[in-house]
Write a protein that binds this ligand. Structure first.
Ligand code: 6PG
Length: 255
């Protein structure tokens, strides 16, 4: 296993399109590097709306065939409590914008069963699949080559919402729980799994995220404390890609 070097980068681009283009290049580079070092590469996709354009751009950028998708195993960082063909499903969104357009093997795509009747058992089963495929069944926390994340205006990442049992979970690697602010169940990676990753790419665009980004990158510990995103501390590389409006309240030390 290659040595994991901690690094942090905040990268700001002018427009959402430029931020997506940069994220796209970073993703391709990480996937190509990982597949050059190992027989298979493990990634977890983000949900929500921000990745729509990114995934479409990534699918187009991969048309040249430089990313060996046949060696990539695709997981999901979180999922809503809906069937996989539901318009709200993160799996359906990723399938239509990316997975239907790249040569990933169907057997290498692992949708999250967040609409199961027994969510606790389903979360444990999904964790078992990750432990088997990503870590070869070992006891250590599986290390994804890349975990993609977005962030909500309240600072949630994946489905780890402020002041919830999900954000506080330190033992399970995948959990499912009722999210009060949504009034719905969610299934999600937990921080121990996210923070074990070789690379975490957090893509944030839009005015509605500016306050949370400002707090996240600021020095006010009180403002930061309530943001689940502040618990992100990957063992490897942590890349934050922002557009200018999302970054406008962040005091960034421009080199
Ligand atoms: C989800 C996502 C979630 C998302 C943020 C940002 O299931 O909604 O996984 O964590 O990344 O809520 O959402 P937007 O990209 O829609 O702003």
């Amino acid at each position: 296993m290659e040595e994991t070097k901690r690094s942090r980068k905040v990268l700001v681009e002018g427009s959402p399109e430029e931020a997506n283009a940069l994220a796209c290049e970073l993703i391709k580079s990480i996937l190509c590097e990982a597949t050059s070092l190992k027989s298979s590469c493990h990634i977890a996709l983000a949900g929500g709306t921000t990745p729509h354009a990114l995934y479409r751009q990534l699918a187009a950028a991969c048309a040249s065939g430089e990313v060996p998708w046949g060696n990539v195993e695709v997981f999901f960082g979180d999922e809503r409590d809906v069937p996989h063909d539901d318009v709200e499903s993160n799996y359906r969104m990723a399938q239509r914008t990316l997975l239907d357009h790249v040569p990933v093997l169907p057997s290498h795509i692992h949708p999250m069963p967040a609409d199961s009747d027994d969510l606790t058992a389903a979360a444990a089963e999904y964790e078992g699949i990750i432990r088997r495929i990503v870590a070869g069944g070992g006891e250590e926390i599986p290390r994804f080559d890349l975990i993609l994340l977005g962030m909500g205006g309240d600072g949630h990442v994946a489905s780890l919402f402020p002041a919830t049992e999900g954000a506080a979970e330190q033992d399970k690697l995948v959990t499912a729980y009722f999210v009060p602010v949504l009034g719905r169940n969610r299934m999600t990676f937990t921080f121990p799994l996210i923070n074990a990753a070789q690379n975490v790419l957090l893509l944030i665009t839009g005015e509605d995220k500016a306050e949370a980004v400002g707090a996240l990158l600021g020095d006010n510990e009180d403002a930061k404390r309530h943001l689940p995103a502040a618990q992100l501390d990957p063992e490897g590389t942590f890349l934050m890609v922002l557009d200018a409006v999302a970054a406008k309240r962040a005091r960034l030390k421009i080199p």
